[in-house]
Write a protein that binds this ligand. Structure first.
Ligand code: ATP
Length: 319
């Protein structure tokens, strides 16, 4: 039985084999399993949490590869439904050294997931449900995701939300903004990057931005700053936690590894008050997971295990 149920897309990332190339210059791409909720499920499992993915996998070769990858990583796939109607979605991801990462999607990553796919019994037995905005794009998936999230809130679970903004997938920026706000309004834990905070609130100050989004049920917001680490914000406290120095080769999945680290920490401290001290520790662990994810190419392949995270943290403590 899973403690953490991640909901949403499962897809193939095609990543250029040469770092520093963009979609214009890349000549060859490597197949990598991906989809943010799937990455978080694998990240959680590698860090020692019992996780499951709830969603749709296509009945094609790529879909079978993705399910096998999840299972090989210890993720429970019994909540996945198989679909013959849709093909596995693809995302070509540019890794240009200087520029923003660029995504080119084929197929609809949220297609197929519908209310009949939600396993309410599994949710009632879990401790946490995690979701992102891509599951809110198509109507059926949006209804299913929000029903699952409402059930989780009703059962007193943590509900975590990572905006994971991919503007290309939305008809308009405003529709993305509205759906992300809907996700935040239903969550108890939220992670946003600096860019997403700016997009949503117009604020470049993570604390002010987060405070403008906090609501009664939202107990923790974390804003990530890439190599500079993260800032946590609650109603009572806030603090900035620097990341670790690593040699990054590919930042794909850093945010998902970070999320998995943060959620693992929260699951391991179920009833602890979110003091500044505890949040520093949880964010440090999450930063280490995020930093390590950048040191290998690809999303899922780069997600660290617990031993790796502990080693990075103790290396730095010894310096
Ligand atoms: P993603 O690339 O997965 O969409 P994101 O934009 O959600 O990521 P980032 O802020 O880029 O999130 O990174 C998440 C966390 O990973 C950071 O808060 C930090 O802890 C760690 N991290 C990312 N890049 C680096 C880096 N170059 N060096 C050290 N740590 C990093």
């Amino acid at each position: 039985m899973a403690d953490a149920i991640c909901m949403g897309e499962l897809l193939i990332d095609f990543v250029p084999v040469t770092t520093g190339t963009d979609l214009l210059t890349a000549t060859a791409f490597q197949k990598a399993p991906g989809g943010a909720p799937a990455n978080v499920a694998v990240g959680l499992s590698r860090l020692g949490s019992r996780s499951a993915l709830m969603g749709r996998a296509s009945e094609d070769g790529f879909g079978r590869f993705l399910i096998k990858t999840l299972e090989d990583s210890g993720v429970d796939t019994s909540l996945m439904r198989r679909s013959r109607r849709t093909r596995t979605p693809l995302a070509f991801v540019s890794l240009a050294a200087d520029a923003e990462r660029e995504f080119l999607f084929y197929g609809d990553p949220s297609a197929g997931f519908c209310p009949e796919d939600v396993d309410f019994d599994a949710i009632s037995k879990a401790k946490l449900v995690h979701f992102g905005s891509i599951g809110l794009i198509t109507d059926d998936s949006r209804v299913a995701t929000l029903q699952a999230v409402d059930a989780a809130r009703g059962a007193g679970l943590h509900v975590s939300f990572d905006a994971n903004l991919r503007l290309d997938l939305w008809p308009t920026p405003d529709s993305a903004r509205e759906a992300i706000r809907e996700g935040i309004d239903r969550a108890t834990i939220v992670k946003l990057s600096d860019d997403e905070m700016d997009f949503l609130t117009g604020s470049k100050d993570p604390v002010a931005g987060a405070r403008s989004l906090l609501h009664t049920g939202l107990t923790l917001m974390v804003v990530t700053h890439g190599r500079y680490g993260c800032t946590f914000v609650t109603r009572d406290t806030d603090g900035k936690v620097p990341s670790f120095t690593v040699d990054p080769v590919d930042t794909t999945g850093a945010g998902d590894a970070f999320m998995a680290g943060l959620l693992t920490g929260l699951l391991e401290h179920p009833n602890a008050p979110l003091t500044s001290e505890l949040l520093h520790d949880l964010c440090r662990f999450a930063n280490a997971a995020g930093a390590l994810a950048t040191t290998q190419r690809g999303g899922i392949p780069g997600l660290p295990n617990r031993a790796g995270v502990m080693a990075l943290m103790s290396e730095e403590a010894e310096r």
